[in-house]
Design a protein around this ligand. Structure first.
Ligand SMILES: Cc1cc2nc3c(=O)[nH]c(=O)nc-3n(C[C@H](O)[C@H](O)[C@H](O)COP(=O)(O)OP(=O)(O)OC[C@H]3O[C@@H](n4cnc5c(N)ncnc54)[C@H](O)[C@@H]3O)c2cc1C
Ligand SMILES: NC(=O)c1ccc[n+]([C@@H]2O[C@H](COP(=O)([O-])OP(=O)(O)OC[C@H]3O[C@@H](n4cnc5c(N)ncnc54)[C@H](O)[C@@H]3O)[C@@H](O)[C@H]2O)c1
Length: 444
């Protein structure tokens, strides 16, 4: 049977982009269906927008640390100017992404895609057939099912908020809660974080999380743990949050950051016979669903890996290598790095600190306090720590860091860990000096 396309991607985020563009260059006939902005969450209302709003927070912290050390004065974050800067940078992205796809010869369909059968998708009523179909539909915010939920905002709303409210209340203690609390607090808002337990950023080393939480508390962020939120009501001045344990809180703006849920429930998957769970679409080690010609990639996949842009991009590149015939190998995920953009950041890669602590017979842990490093103290960073995890052969297998430089530092360790380099091999790198990379190498 002749199909309209070799591959049809549903969604245009990182799980599509990174594979579709190289495949198009190889001459495959491709189509992408997108119902919202081209480039998906990360380009338009996720990572990129967030990091623009975070930038002056980092600047402010650096200036703050250098007081009485040659720097005077403090940084005031002008939210409306910052937001204008964000719009200037981010708003054109969707159009650029769309143009880039079409320039590569990829057909773009604007609209919601639904399965009709295993090879046919309906996009706003237009029937499109493809030999292979990739479900790359990502996730959307989870919303607490409580009375008054219509008064509660999500991450996308906050990332475009015109004026910073005086009082921001955030539900949840994960990535989004901690990153947005950092930004809102630095921009002058009073901030509360309400959580159902007393644990924050569960997947990160808790000795670092505790320090970041303590720092945010010192800066005025209020942490309200062990709460079940029951309702939100509109009041004359704003909103009232009610919870068990007599929680009664007045606020101006509420963000629900209680996680994200997969976009697999409005795809008419049954028509194609594709199985799914509450956590997304299960796949085999070739990212194939239970229907052989239908694949899933990125955030929509039901697996335990971090839901981040680099993982979605890895999936996408993997599928491209399969579709082009370059490889028939199963997917083999490398050591995955993650970071939370609090200020300071917490970043990690490879074997986690928790796993290393639980298995002392397998791993040896080295803790570094960067107070002892003159180069790190150039900016008078008082809270900067590194944990290195070695196996019994003294090969670096994991690393975690809390510092303003943690992103660059961790990126240095990623190839070392992935390649399993020995001490002798690591000492062959001649890094620039002075630099974070040089500093990290000396610790190995
Ligand atoms: C606030 C926020 C901050 C983040 N910050 C970071 C960060 O700093 N670093 C990081 O690595 N990750 C970050 N992430 C996560 C990152 O954005 C995601 O992991 C990444 O975007 C996943 O890519 P994806 O292609 O799988 O899905 P998405 O980017 O969500 O793309 C899916 C696309 O599919 C479209 N779609 C869905 N259903 C249909 C349909 N039926 N028909 C047509 N189109 C459809 C959607 O409109 C969307 O454009 C952040 C996420 C959020 C929410
Ligand atoms: N820096 C990054 O890479 C980055 C940044 C932002 C978002 N993201 C991605 O976006 C995803 C979503 O972020 P997130 O912060 O919304 O999710 P998350 O999974 O990180 O955190 C969700 C939080 O909500 C809490 N929660 C869940 N259900 C609840 C309930 N019923 N009542 C009260 N609290 C509840 C959880 O305990 C947790 O603290 C992340 O998993 C991550 O993959 C990544």
């Amino acid at each position: 049977m002749a199909f309209d396309y070799d591959v049809l991607y549903i969604g245009s985020g990182q799980a599509t982009w990174n594979g579709a563009v190289p495949l198009a260059k190889q001459g495959l006939k491709l189509a992408v269906a997108e119902e919202a902005l081209f480039g998906g969450m990360c380009s338009n209302y996720g990572c990129n927008a967030k990091i623009v709003l975070d930038h002056p927070v980092e600047l402010a912290r650096q200036v703050e640390a250098m007081q009485d050390r040659g720097v005077e004065g403090s940084i005031f974050i002008n939210w409306s100017d910052l937001m204008a800067h964000k719009h200037e940078l981010i708003d054109p992205q969707s159009h650029h992404n769309e143009v880039r796809l079409t320039k590569e010869g990829i057909t773009v369909f604007k609209g919601h895609a639904d399965f009709v059968d295993a090879h046919t998708v309906s996009i706003n009523g237009k029937m499109v057939t493809a030999d292979k179909i990739v479900i790359a539909t990502g996730q959307r915010p989870h919303r607490l099912d409580i009375p008054g939920s219509e008064f509660v905002h999500d991450s996308t709303d906050f990332l475009s908020i015109a004026d910073m409210p005086e009082h921001v209340t955030i539900f949840g203690g994960g990535y989004i809660a901690m990153e947005f609390a950092t930004i809102a607090n630095a921009a002058g808002a009073k901030v509360d974080i309400i959580t159902r337990s007393d644990k924050y950023l569960r997947s990160f080393p808790q000795q670092y999380v505790t320090r970041v939480v303590a720092d945010l508390k010192r800066r005025g962020v209020r942490f309200i743990p062990n709460q079940t939120i029951e309702s939100v009501e509109e009041t004359v001045d704003g909103f009232q949050v009610k919870g068990q344990n007599d929680l009664l809180l007045e606020t101006d703006y509420i963000i629900d950051a209680t996680g994200r849920q997969p976009n697999h429930d409005y795809l008419n998957l049954e028509a194609a016979g594709v199985e799914s769970t509450d956590r997304g679409i299960p796949v085999n080690d070739h990212l194939q669903t239970n229907v052989a010609n239908i694949y899933a990639a990125g955030d929509v996949v039901d697996h335990a890996l971090p839901k981040t842009t680099p993982v979605a991009a890895f999936d996408s590149r993997y599928l491209a290598s399969q579709f082009s015939g370059d490889s028939t190998e199963p997917i083999d995920y490398p050591a995955i790095s993650t970071v939370v953009f609090t200020s300071p950041r917490i970043a990690q890669v490879g074997v986690s600190v928790a796993e290393a602590e639980a298995n002392p017979e397998k791993y040896q842990i080295t803790n570094v306090d960067y107070q002892s490093d003159w180069f790190r103290q150039v900016g008078n960073e008082t809270e900067a720590y590194l944990t290195l995890i070695f196996n019994q052969e003294h090969v670096l297998v994991g690393a975690a860091e809390m510092s303003h430089e943690a992103v660059n530092s961790m990126n240095t360790f990623v190839p070392m860990i992935e390649m399993g380099l020995t001490q002798k091999q690591l000492q062959r790198f001649i890094y620039l000096f002075p630099s974070i990379e040089y500093t990290g190498q000396r610790r190995l």
